[in-house]
Ligand binder design. Structure first.
Ligand SMILES: [Zn+2]
Length: 145
């Protein structure tokens, strides 16, 4: 795992070069698979909505919810609100990446396996034809073609 994988999902194994048309077909299949999984949908929504908790808390503390907004009359107050919004957007993006990682990428890996490519369903590592255990994460049941 590199630093970039925390900021953007790694859809496919790094050594796998699929044409755009193939990538889109895999994503289409992964979306269909995910939509058949209520647990994945709920998990995705839960992770994605998590940053709303600190946002709503900050909005309540600032008086935006159920009170008189404070601090909007000064440049310092506006900068504070701007920083809070930027922090929220950053948290929202990280939560989105985590939601994708936890709930969507397993379906992408399953879709790759459905197309005959052997990848580990847990970590996405590309597997050789005879692998019975993932050499990257040790999963016992890597993807079946
Ligand atoms: Zn693995």
């Amino acid at each position: 795992m590199n630093v970039l994988s925390s900021w953007w999902p790694q859809w496919f194994p790094p050594d796998l070069r699929l044409p755009l048309r193939e990538q889109l077909a895999v994503h289409w299949r992964a979306n269909v698979l995910m939509l058949r999984s209520p647990a994945a949908i709920l998990g995705f929504c839960g992770w994605s909505l998590l940053p709303l908790v600190p946002l709503l808390g900050a909005a309540w503390a600032a008086g935006w919810i159920g009170g008189e907004p404070r601090g909007l009359g000064s440049p310092w107050g506006l900068a504070t609100y701007g920083a809070a919004i930027v922090a929220y957007l950053l948290l929202q993006h990280l939560a989105f990446v985590k939601a994708i990682d936890r709930t969507y990428l397993p379906h992408v890996r399953r879709a790759l396996c459905d197309r005959g490519l052997r990848v580990c369903l847990r970590c996405g590592h590309r597997l050789g034809p005879a692998a019975v255990r993932c050499p990257e994460c040790g999963a016992a049941e890597p993807g079946e073609p």
